[in-house]
Design a protein around this ligand. Structure first.
Ligand code: FES
Length: 87
């Protein structure tokens, strides 16, 4: 599990194994637009202000993924204990 923090509210939520960041945020009324939910379309692309994502998308280039300043919360996870999201 890892935590995500919504920068605009400061609220932090835990993402357990088997659930996605998008699902956990939706539980708390934070809606991220999604389409494919498989890391292909880029609709859910969200800026990451702090922390290191574990990219599982096929949308970004390797270079974009390596920058670690955005990720696809429909399928990607975190390598760090916390991700701070620009939401
Ligand atoms: Fe398509 Fe996340 S919804 S990449």
């Amino acid at each position: 599990a890892f935590d995500v923090r919504v920068a605009s509210t400061g609220c932090t939520y835990t993402v357990p194994p088997g659930r996605t960041v998008v699902q956990v945020l939706a539980d708390h009324g934070v809606d991220v637009p999604v389409s494919c939910e498989q890391g292909v379309c880029g609709t859910c692309l969200t800026r990451v202000l702090d922390g290191v994502p574990e990219h599982r998308d096929l949308y970004q280039t390797e270079e974009e993924q390596a920058a670690n300043d955005q990720f696809t919360p429909c399928c990607s996870r975190a390598k760090s204990a916390l991700l701070v999201l620009d939401l």
